[in-house]
Design a binder for this molecule. Structure first.
Ligand code: NAD
Length: 257
């Protein structure tokens, strides 16, 4: 593993009073074994988005859509958060003003210990009734029969935001507000191709935040970043997390390890 070169500017911001937003995408979960959508081994190389992740697809073939979600729920239920997720949970404990904005639906940030999460694209563990609107969490990997039904008799759908659907406006507005008022913004493991979420790094930059991208390759948002740390989130974020321990220990102190 090549050591991460953390600039002195970034190091100077790794103190508890810095207001931090971490914006994550599928890349942070890739090392846990959750496939990303785009890129090598991405899900969209194998499946057509129109067939599976749109309201029209669900209306036409609810069982087929649910089978795909059941496959993903089962896959996610067998894996665990990785060191990248743990580092983000450490960030939340360290910075007094912290917000995690995630495009991920897998629940791995919750399992790693984050609590202040704005989920832009919903949660794969949530089910929502298309008749009465009831929402609840259901952590059973496989629901049977498919499609599952609500107590009211209506059909349940996955509680995720599909292509062509609006993001929950209150959640997105809060994400924008947090982004506008932070000092340090991390964009981690996202291709920054899905809008409106992909606007956030640019908004952060316009409002004066120091923007850092963490990705195995430069994303569509790399041009707005002050710093691009190229590498795996599961390797880079723990190194940044170690710098936080150094910041608490103060100059000249031994690191807690
Ligand atoms: P994406 O698939 O478009 O892009 C993934 C990004 O992660 C790429 O830029 C890739 O270079 C980077 N990456 C891959 N491995 C990495 C690693 N180990 N460390 C750091 N970066 C890595 O994903 P997206 O930008 O999140 O947008 C896709 C949409 O798909 C979102 O709407 C999201 O809701 C959904 N999605 C979610 C999950 C999940 O919940 N885990 C998985 C797939 C897709």
């Amino acid at each position: 593993m090549v050591p991460v070169l953390v600039s002195s500017k970034l190091k100077s911001l790794l103190i508890p009073l810095t207001r931090v937003v971490v914006f994550t995408g599928a890349g942070i979960s890739a090392e846990s074994g959750v496939p990303t959508f785009r890129g090598q081994n991405g899900l969209w190389n194998e499946f057509r988005v129109e067939d599976l992740a749109t309201p029209q697809a669900f209306a036409a073939h609810p069982q087929q859509v649910w089978e795909w979600y059941s496959w993903r729920r089962e896959l996610i239920s067998k894996i665990t958060p990785n060191q990248g997720h743990s580092a983000v949970a450490h960030f939340e404990r360290f910075f007094s003003s912290f917000c995690l904005v995630s495009q991920n639906v897998d629940g791995l940030h919750d399992r790693a210990g984050n609590q202040r999460i704005l989920k832009l694209h919903g949660d794969i563990w949530e089910v929502r009734c298309i008749s009465c609107g009831l929402r609840r969490m259901d952590f059973r990997p496989v629901l049977s029969p498919l499609p599952p039904r609500c107590e009211c008799g209506g059909m349940l759908r996955p509680g995720v935001v599909w292509f062509g659907e609006m993001l929950p406006s209150d959640v997105f507005e809060r994400a924008v507000r947090e982004t506008q008022s932070c000092d340090l913004f991390f964009s981690v493991g996202t291709s920054a191709e899905v809008f409106p979420a992909a606007q956030l790094p640019g908004i952060a930059r316009q409002h004066g935040a120091y923007v850092v991208e963490v990705n195995i390759e430069r994303s569509a948002a790399a041009h707005v970043a002050h710093e691009v740390l190229l590498g795996k989130a599961g390797e880079i974020l723990p190194e940044l997390s170690a710098c936080l321990r150094g910041a608490l220990a103060g100059p000249g102190s031994e690191l807690a390890g």
